[in-house]
Design a protein. Structure first.
Length: 285
């Protein structure tokens, strides 16, 4: 199998005006990876706005599990075009049913009041942090055949979890996590593809941060985890083929749900994006 390139995941086939088809990657999870639908929805919506508009926010709901063996249709509704802002609604469809719904807003770039009240945490440099995928490569013979086949689809994003040894153990600790991430390959492409790529990667290791205060590991077979909603705000331009630090924190869990908030910094400490996600977090006794 040839190596998958992340930017190719966002090469969508136009069916007709406002309707696009995206191919799926099977990452070996129980269902289609939510980050794929997020990123492809951004790519699809970009095809329907003026070239000088840039996405600045999205709010989405995951309604049904997706099938990683099938492509996804994206139906775009033009909600509004104003002088500065444009709004779109995206429905992701499989088997005739809406599996995901997203509303997003684009803006023509402009100057304005600016501040940043967020400090990039002090963590080891990415070269001093092991790649997450190395654990699976070192234990390749123990993996299921499906997981072996899916590894090529994990490699396009280089993810390095700070203090990763503790991330997968069943020990109680604060609900905080930091990961370095970037695209494996050089990405000579528009900002829209870098934004779609970050949205894709923003779903990795996110909800499981809520497990840490409970002494539960993500691979615990008694757990049922699933994303309910996901939001992203893009603040500044960035390059996904350069290192970004993703700081995650879960302020609350309860009533079968957990919520996580994230901040994404470039290497110079500029806050380039903010994320939020709520998900199902249920333990089956």
């Amino acid at each position: 199998m040839s190596e998958a390139r992340l930017e190719h995941l966002f090469d969508l086939e136009k069916i007709e005006d406002g309707l696009f088809r995206g191919q799926s990657w099977d990452l070996g999870f129980r269902a289609l990876f939510g980050g794929q639908v997020l990123g492809q929805s951004i790519a699809a919506a970009y095809h329907t706005v003026d070239p000088d508009h840039v996405i600045h926010s999205l709010h989405s709901y995951f309604l049904l599990p997706g099938d990683a063996q099938k492509p996804v249709l994206y139906d775009i509704e033009n909600v509004r075009d104003g002088r500065s802002f444009s709004s779109r609604r995206v429905k992701a469809i499989q088997n005739g049913r809406t599996i995901f719904d997203m509303t997003c807003s684009f803006q023509r770039p402009e100057e304005g009041l600016s501040h940043q009240f967020a400090n990039m945490p002090q963590v080891p440099e990415p070269d001093d942090v092991a790649q997450d995928i190395k654990f699976y490569e070192d234990n390749y013979e123990r993996l299921s055949e499906r997981m072996k086949e899916s590894l090529s689809y994990h490699r396009p994003v280089d993810i390095r979890t700070v203090d990763s040894a503790n991330s997968y153990t069943a020990e109680k600790r604060d609900p905080k996590r930091c990961i370095w991430l970037k695209g494996r390959d050089k990405m000579d492409c528009p900002l829209s593809v870098h934004q779609a790529s970050l949205a894709y990667a923003s779903d990795y290791h996110f909800l499981s941060t809520s497990l840490q205060p409970h002494g539960l590991a993500v691979h615990d077979k008694s757990l049922r985890l699933a994303t309910i909603d996901h939001a992203v705000w893009f603040h500044k331009p960035f390059s996904f083929d350069d290192w970004l630090l993703y700081e995650m924190e879960s302020p609350f869990s309860g009533t079968g749900r957990g919520i996580v908030q994230g901040k994404v910094f470039d290497k110079s400490g500029v806050l380039v994006a903010t994320t939020m996600q709520e998900g199902l977090m249920r333990q089956i006794k």
